[in-house]
Design a protein around this ligand. Structure first.
Ligand code: GTP
Ligand code: MG
Length: 204
């Protein structure tokens, strides 16, 4: 499968499940802490400057954004978790919004986790990874902002991330940077792989 990233549209920014688009194409959802680079990744892999809104201030994405890529797959940008400046009520409604999507969307075929390559994954990152390991055949994790580290630092950091998230044989952990075009190739290689794996599952 080769998707044409020139044919992309934001279908809807949803806050409630009744607003999810009525489509059947496979969905890949991006999850991670606020400010980890989810929206930046969407722009980079779709070769757009500002399709998804990016900000240095955490908490920029507050809706579930469905991007239809070439009518072949949907990239779904979720609001980030772990944004300390939110009130308790806000944190709860955010949690519910993300849970409703993750647990109630049959089209979802892979949850891709983003963690910051410079930091040890947080408790919430670990909890998210546990959820992924329960629901997905394997994990795909991108270590973002890898341009900010030297090669040696990055190698050490990847070890720490794999260890902290308890990644297993067959799980995938790859550096990602908006400043590096190889990241785009890696992204599509793995993401298209997820969609194909899903399609190739034998029917029962
Ligand atoms: P929320 O919408 O709050 O959940 O955040 P997000 O995960 O969508 O993060 P966003 O893409 O808005 O990026 C947050 C900040 O990190 C912005 O200032 C980006 O420019 C910066 N950033 C994202 N990716 C990279 C990267 O690969 N390298 C560098 N150096 N900066 C990055
Ligand atoms: Mg965002």
């Amino acid at each position: 499968m080769k998707v044409n990233t020139n044919r992309v549209k934001l279908l809807i920014s949803a806050v409630h499940k009744t607003q999810y688009p009525n489509t059947s194409m496979p969905e890949i959802a991006l999850v991670g802490r606020s400010n980890v680079g989810k929206s930046s990744m969407i722009n980079k892999v779709l070769n757009r400057k500002s399709l998804a809104r990016v900000s240095g201030t955490p908490g920029k994405t507050v809706t579930i954004n469905f991007y239809d890529v070439d009518n072949q797959l949907m990239l779904v940008d979720l609001p980030g978790y772990g944004y300390a400046a939110r009130s308790k009520g806000e944190v709860e409604s955010w949690g519910k919004m993300i849970n409703d999507y993750l647990e109630g969307r049959p089209q979802l075929c892979q949850v891709v986790q983003l963690v910051d390559s410079r930091h040890k994954p947080s408790k919430e990152d670990v909890a998210m990874q546990e959820w992924i390991q329960e629901y997905c055949a394997y994990s795909v994790v991108f270590a973002t902002k890898s341009d900010k580290l030297s090669k040696k630092q990055l190698a050490e950091s990847l070890d720490l991330i794999a260890d902290t998230l308890s990644l297993r044989d067959g799980d995938v952990l790859i550096p990602f940077s908006v400043k590096d075009n190889e990241s785009v190739t890696n992204f599509w290689d793995y993401v298209e792989g997820c969609v194909l794996d899903d399609e190739e599952e034998p029917e029962v």
